[in-house]
Design a binder for this molecule. Structure first.
Ligand SMILES: C[S@@+](CC[C@H](N)C(=O)[O-])C[C@H]1O[C@@H](n2cnc3c(N)ncnc32)[C@H](O)[C@@H]1O
Length: 392
C-alpha cells in the first residue's frame, strides 16, 4: 500500500512505541488517513472547551485538515438527520477518537486472511482499515442508517478497498458471511446478541462496548467463543460510545413519577446518606458507578443544581414508577426521599457497600459470559457471578 501521509500522527506513534500496534497496522493507518472518510462539515470535540465545534472544509480547508488529524472524536451526524450542517442535541454518528480506534484494533488482534464482522460502520474508516489489514480476507460491515451506510460504501470504494456494507440492525449479525474470526462493534450494547456468538467460529473474538441503562460510560468487553458455543472474557477498559439505535432509553418525564404540583406522594420514605456525588456519578469513568449499573438494573439517573449550590441527584426505575432523590449540600449527610415499590437509593447503597467489601474492583476485574441461558457478569473469575440481588 502507498502511504497517503508522510508524517506519523502522535497517537499512532505512541500506539506503536508502546507495542500495542504491530508494524502491519502502521502501514495501513498511513495509507488510510481519517480525512479520507469525513464529510465537509465536521464537529470535532475541542479538548480545551469540551464542546463540539463546527468546521467546514469549504470555508477552512487547513483547519478542517488539522482537526481530522487530531486525536479527538468527530461527530458527523446529529439527531439522525442526514445533513450535519446544524448542531443537534444528540450525536448519532461519528468518527471515534483515533487512539481509541487503534486500541480497539490492537485488542481485536486482526490478522491477514481473517473474516471480520464490523458493526456500526459510521464514516467507514474502521471498516476500511480492517479491509486493508485482512487483505485477502473478508470484511462485512453493518450500519443502521441507510444514508450513513451509502456514504461509507462510496468512501471505501474510492480508496480501492472491498468490504460489504449492509444496512440493518447489527444485532442480527450477517449469517451469510459467517463464521467470523473477529466481530467488532463500535456502538454500545446492553446485551451481547446471541447471533454474534453463533456467527463466530470457536476461538474467534467478539469485542464490544457494553453498558447498562445507568450510564453511557461503559466498558469494552473481549469475549472468546469456546468449542461449546459459550463466549466468555474480561472487560478491558472503560469506554463511552453512542448506544445502539433501536435500543435507546426513553426520555424520563418526572411527572410520571412524582405529583406535578410538588410535594412528596403518600408512602414517601425519608432517610440520609453519607455517599457523595464523587462516590457515584461525579467521577468520570469511575468503576463504582459502572458497577452500580450492573447491580441495580433498569435504572437511570439525572442531576440538577440549585442556586445555593445544592446538587440534586435523581434516580428513576424503568421497570416501575419507583424514584429517589438525594440533596447534596455542605452537610456530611445528604437527605434522601424515596417512593414506589423499589427503594432505589437503598439498592445503590447496598451495591456501593458490596463493591467496597470486594476491595473496590476496577472495570478490568469484571468479565462476562454469554451462553444459552443468557448473560452473566462475574468478578475476577467466571465461577464468581455477581449477586442477583443485594437490597433488603
Ligand atoms: C461511533 S459510530 C461508528 C464509528 C465508525 N466505526 C467509524 O469508523 O467511523 C457508531 C455507528 O453505529 C451505528 N449504529 C448504531 N446502532 C446500530 C445498530 N444497532 N446496528 C448497526 N449500526 C448501528 C450508528 O448509526 C453510527 O454510525
Amino acid at each position: 500500500m502507498t502511504p497517503a501521509t508522510t508524517t506519523t500522527p502522535e497517537w499512532l506513534a505512541e500506539a506503536v512505541a508502546s507495542g500495542r500496534l504491530d508494524a502491519g497496522w502502521v502501514q495501513v493507518f498511513a495509507a488510510l488517513p481519517r480525512s479520507l472518510f469525513l464529510p465537509d462539515v465536521i464537529w470535532p470535540k475541542d479538548p480545551d472547551s469540551g464542546q463540539n465545534v463546527r468546521v467546514d472544509r469549504r470555508r477552512d480547508p487547513s483547519g478542517w485538515a488539522a482537526w481530522a488529524e487530531q486525536d479527538v472524536p468527530i461527530v458527523t451526524q446529529w439527531d439522525d438527520q442526514p445533513d450535519p450542517a446544524a448542531a443537534g442535541q444528540t450525536a448519532t454518528s461519528s468518527s471515534s477518537q483515533p487512539s481509541l480506534v487503534a486500541g480497539m484494533l490492537a485488542d481485536l488482534d486482526v490478522r491477514p486472511g481473517h473474516r471480520v464482522l464490523d458493526l456500526g460502520v459510521g464514516t467507514g474508516w474502521t471498516t476500511a482499515l480492517l479491509a486493508a489489514r485482512v487483505a485477502a480476507g473478508t470484511v462485512v460491515g453493518i450500519e443502521y442508517d441507510p444514508a450513513v451506510a451509502e456514504a461509507a460504501r462510496a468512501r471505501i470504494t474510492a480508496v480501492g478497498l472491498v468490504a460489504d456494507v449492509i444496512v440493518g440492525d447489527g444485532a442480527a449479525g450477517w449469517p451469510d458471511g459467517a463464521p467470523y474470526d473477529r466481530v467488532q462493534c463500535t456502538y454500545a450494547v446492553r446485551r451481547i446478541p446471541t447471533a454474534w456468538v453463533e456467527q463466530t467460529r470457536p476461538g474467534g473474538v467478539i469485542l464490544a462496548p457494553w453498558e447498562t441503562t445507568l450510564t453511557h460510560q461503559g466498558a469494552l468487553v473481549r469475549l472468546t467463543v469456546q468449542e461449546d458455543g459459550i463466549a466468555s472474557g474480561p472487560f478491558l477498559w472503560p469506554v463511552r460510545f453512542m448506544g445502539s439505535r433501536p435500543e435507546r432509553t426513553p426520555q424520563i418525564d418526572r411527572n410520571d413519577y412524582l405529583p406535578p404540583g410538588g410535594g412528596w406522594p403518600p408512602g414517601t420514605v425519608e432517610s440520609a446518606t453519607r455517599l457523595r456525588p464523587a462516590d457515584l456519578w461525579a467521577t468520570p469513568y469511575g468503576p463504582a458507578w459502572w458497577m452500580i449499573g450492573l447491580l441495580v438494573p433498569d435504572m437511570v439517573y439525572a442531576t440538577s443544581s440549585r442556586k445555593d449550590g445544592t446538587v440534586l441527584g435523581w434516580l428513576f426505575s424503568l421497570r416501575c414508577r419507583s424514584w429517589a432523590i438525594a440533596f447534596f449540600d455542605d452537610a456530611p449527610e445528604a437527605e434522601v426521599y424515596q417512593g414506589g415499590p423499589r427503594r432505589l437509593w437503598d439498592e445503590v447503597e447496598a451495591a456501593h457497600r458490596w463493591w467496597t467489601e470486594q476491595g473496590r474492583p476496577g472495570h478490568e476485574d469484571f468479565g462476562l459470559t454469554v451462553g444459552p441461558d443468557g448473560e452473566r457478569v462475574w468478578l475476577r473469575s467466571p465461577d464468581r457471578p455477581l449477586p442477583a440481588t443485594l437490597a433488603g
